[in-house]
Design a protein around this ligand. Structure first.
Ligand code: FDA
Length: 499
């Protein structure tokens, strides 16, 4: 509450924040977490905490009056619907050239994401973060992250027979027929639970079109893993529905952290300031970058280096869908959790790692959807806009062309072998590529550039960056395992040397 003094304050409860909180509390340090989203523990009138993708209500989106579905069109018609403005779980944050999807709530992105837990390719990781010792990442921190996250592998024999993965088998077989390699993807969704869903012995979640607005069962989101373990130490407090707005050195030592308490309509109901000896920025790539860029511009943290705000990328994300022939059914029942990817990363002419994405519409649609991760070299920067008081992101939609080019090589080849075509009705009218959105914001406060090699903001002792903003715009796979492992590495060092 207002006026408190805490030893450690963590801004944000996603991957970077959850790792930080667990390791601090285990080391005996009382830790306060501040989260702008809701706690997501109370069921609505339908008896469920989260709504599904087919019936989005106020719980779906962060402070919007219409939904903003990633695949927002069907037959070229906008299929979004009106909702009550509410602090829902998925934010589609709009910048000039891109919509950045992010989770809002205790657990951050883990509440809304597809749960795919993919360790990046070792040589690519070494390329993107050259200052990090690669051997210790792969020997210690990636395994530690996977254990902490509750990652599990799919039963591959079951996969071959399960109705809910027919869509993935069809895409796999067609990719293989074009000479591409596919790979199973680990997940934090409990595949044992999913088997029971398929057998109809438990309430369905992944098999009930639940994913981007939260999962009511089956998913090991951070509130069930890292955050639960931190809470079990008795040293954790989490304050939800509080938006941190300022961090500045405090006269009495440490930092004063100002926040707005909001209600479910987003209105500020109270403003509070607390003092913290140490502050860990874990508000995500966008949240942390926005805060730090604003603090520098407003003179609250004037000595932050010029590199703060730089190097943002979208992990080369682009979405695309193919129309299947009538005899190639993708299945009316699709698991919301992806389990397979097309791995063409080794192709130097245009590396692509494409998740075979579900389209869980509850009816046969003959659609194969993909989220392609590419090696798009383009980057953007966050800047403070003095006239609006907001932080802008310089990314332009056209910067996604290298991602489209790389993905097009792969899917043109598959289409030509299968005599199929792209769906051009799902991302707009006559628009093949979903090129104006990302699920994977990365960078803005890059390790060993904006911070030291362990996430310290060196001009300000006691300030640390712990989240996806440390990663320079790309990691070649879905990012949360990389974010978690890097946070494990950094907090271990910080605990050993600073605290
Ligand atoms: P993260 O965004 O998780 O957490 C930041 C937290 O800080 C949020 O809870 C936010 O509300 C809070 N916050 C921000 N600003 C604040 C402020 N000023 N004050 C207080 N709190 C503030 N990745 C993957 O590896 N596999 C996958 O399958 C998927 N799938 C996927 C699907 C969808 C729909 C999305 C949107 C994303 C994914 N991702 C994914 C991406 C993954 O979820 C993402 O990379 C991580 O959640 C990022 O972790 P961070 O710790 O960086 O921030």
């Amino acid at each position: 509450s207002d006026g408190d003094h805490v030893p450690a304050l963590v801004i944000g409860t996603g991957y970077g924040g959850a790792v930080t909180a667990l390791r601090l509390t285990q080391a005996g340090i009382a830790t306060a977490m501040v989260e702008m989203g809701m706690a997501w523990t109370t069921a609505g009138s339908d008896g469920k905490v989260f709504c599904d993708m087919l019936n989005p209500d106020q719980r779906s989106y962060w402070l919007r009056t219409t939904t903003d579905q990633p695949v927002g069109y069907f037959l070229g018609i906008n299929v979004n619907k009106s909702i009550t403005r509410y602090t829902g779980v998925l934010d589609s944050e709009k910048f000039a050239g891109i919509r950045v999807y992010q989770g809002r709530g205790v657990g951050g992105g883990s509440l809304v994401n597809g749960g795919m837990a993919v360790v990046p390719k070792r040589d690519y990781f070494a390329q993107i973060l050259p200052s990090v010792d690669v051997a210790s990442m792969y020997d210690t921190y990636f395994p530690r992250a996977n254990a902490g996250l509750g990652v599990n592998a799919i039963d591959t024999a079951w996969f071959e027979t399960a109705d809910c993965y027919r869509f993935a088998r069809v895409s796999r077989d067609q990719a293989k027929a074009s000479g591409y390699t596919t790979t199973f993807l680990n997940n934090v969704y409990d595949f044992g639970y999913m088997k029971q869903e398929q057998a109809s012995t438990v309430p369905r979640s992944a098999l009930a079109s639940e994913v981007i607005y939260g999962n009511n069962y089956g998913k090991r989101s951070l509130d069930k893993t890292y955050l639960a373990a931190a809470a079990a130490t008795g040293r954790l407090s989490i304050t939800a529905q509080h938006v941190v707005t300022a961090v500045t050195p405090a006269a009495a030592g440490g930092y004063s952290v100002t926040m707005n308490q909001i209600d479910t309509s987003g209105a500020t109901v109270a403003t509070k300031t607390v003092r913290a000896d140490r502050v860990f920025f874990a508000a995500g790539s966008v949240g942390t970058s926005k805060l730090l860029v604003a603090m520098r511009a407003q003179g609250k943290l004037p000595d932050l280096p010029a590199a703060v705000g730089q190097g943002w990328g979208n992990n080369g994300n682009v979405m695309v869908a193919r129309a299947q022939h009538i005899w190639n059914t993708t299945g009316a029942l699709e698991s919301g959790m992806p389990a397979m990817g097309i791995d063409n990363w080794a192709d130097t002419a245009g590396p692509v790692f494409a998740e075979i994405a579900p389209f869980p519409a509850g009816t046969e649609l003959w659609i194969s959807l993909y989220l392609a991760i590419t090696k798009n070299p383009n980057r953007a920067a966050f800047t403070f806009n003095t006239s609006t008081g907001a932080v802008d992101l310089s990314w332009r939609t056209a910067q996604n062309q290298p991602a489209i080019d790389a993905a097009k090589r792969v899917f043109d080849k598959i289409n030509s072998a299968q005599a199929t075509v792209y769906r051009s009705d799902l991302f707009g009218s006559n628009k093949v590529w979903g090129d104006d959105l990302t699920y994977h914001p990365l960078g803005g406060c890059i390790l060993n550039q904006a911070t030291d090699n362990y996430g310290r903001l060196t001009g300000y002792p006691g300030l640390y960056v712990m989240d996806g903003s440390l990663i320079p715009g790309s990691t070649g796979v879905n990012p949360f395992v990389t974010i978690t492992a890097l946070a494990e590495r950094n907090i271990e060092k910080i605990l050993a040397t600073d605290i």
